[in-house]
Design a protein around this ligand. Structure first.
Ligand code: PMV
Length: 325
């Protein structure tokens, strides 16, 4: 018996950090995906202990004793599948680039293991399992990664229990993700912003209000496929992220180059203090923008991505037999 789960990576388009204090955020699933191939085995070489092999960090996790504290074993533990599972994870989402690779891999694993072991996709349980893994990966996640990868498309995220899909994304929409190579510091950045909020509440409340207003305008822009407005709102959002202290010089310089070469908008994505910059651009401007960024800045890598409307998908052997018939 075998099932294959697949889930997309994500970018946060607007509202990171502000979302931690209840402002909505907008995120988007992208066409870089992760897969988990899960098998049930009666007798395996590990005496029945569940094993997960992941190409994300090139590691094998044995879910025994200390192993239960690792993210993928925590997924299986939450599903109640302590024994008899063999899983292989493959990912096209680069790790540690702010693109949701850890969430997508654990969600793909949770989905496939759930279908195989429980007989159907229990969305609540799969969500819970993925969030448990994210807690190990990230500490205190808002859940925006899990919900975006689970549902796919443009997501308006208010809280785990209040999520709305606001669009599938246009096939012509392209986003350049520029990985600066500077490690992102999620918990440090979150603590920095929360501490600033506590010290300057009366000023920060106004910044949070501005963040909320621009997310509201962005919802309309996305619904009307108005990407010029969306780009402008991304730049405004970047201004606010700079104000709250999570931007960094390399990102500011890349954003300036992108805007000077015809981008519609650009900003950091995710926690900041490192990580990736996202650039919204029309298809015919992509090559120019990428060349000038590569020429002027030292970057680790870049990816041109487009929206992937599909969230978590699980297929079993039965599904493929049905399709062949
Ligand atoms: O850097 P990422 O992609 O893990 O995103 C973090 C987003 C924050 O808003 C800063 C924190 C959160 O959990 O929402």
């Amino acid at each position: 018996m075998q099932a294959i789960g697949s889930a997309p990576g994500k970018i946060i388009l607007l509202g990171e950090h502000f979302v931690v204090r209840g402002v909505p955020a907008i995120s988007l699933s992208i066409n870089l995906r992760a897969w988990a191939e899960v098998k049930l085995v009666d007798v395996n070489p590990n005496n029945g202990v569940s094993v997960v092999l992941s190409d994300l960090f090139g590691e094998t996790y044995k879910c025994v004793n200390g192993g239960w504290g690792t993210p993928y074993c925590r997924v299986l533990d939450t599903l109640g599948v302590m024994r008899g599972v063999e899983a292989k994870i493959f990912s096209r989402i680069p790790p540690e680039a702010g693109l949701g690779s850890s969430t997508a891999t654990s969600l793909a694993l949770a989905g496939a293991a759930c279908v195989l072991c429980k007989g159907s996709l229990d969305i609540e349980l799969v969500m819970k399992a993925s969030l448990e893994a994210d807690r190990i990966f990230h500490g205190k996640p808002s859940g925006v990664d899990t919900m975006t990868s689970l549902l796919g498309g443009f997501i308006l995220f208010r809280s785990i229990k209040n999520v709305e899909k606001i669009g599938e994304g246009a096939p012509d929409l392209r986003i350049i993700v520029v990985d600066t190579g500077i490690p992102k510091k999620t918990s440090k950045a979150v603590m920095k912003v929360l501490s600033l909020y506590e010290r300057r509440k009366h000023i920060m409340d106004r910044v949070y209000e501005a963040a909320k207003a621009l997310v509201e305008d962005a919802v309309n822009a996305i619904k009307h496929r108005d990407y010029v407005t969306l780009g402008e709102l991304m730049l405004l959002n970047q201004g606010l992220l700079n104000t709250i202290g999570v931007s960094f010089p390399e990102a500011e310089n890349i954003i300036a180059t992108a805007m000077n070469t015809g981008a519609l908008g650009a900003k950091i994505t995710g926690a900041g203090l490192g990580g990736s910059v996202i650039v919204l651009a029309e298809g015919n401007k992509i090559n120019n923008i990428v060349s000038s960024i590569k020429e002027k800045h030292r970057i680790r890598n870049y990816y041109v991505v487009s929206p992937d409307p599909q969230g978590l998908v699980v297929k079993t052997e039965k599904d493929s037999k049905r399709r062949l018939a």
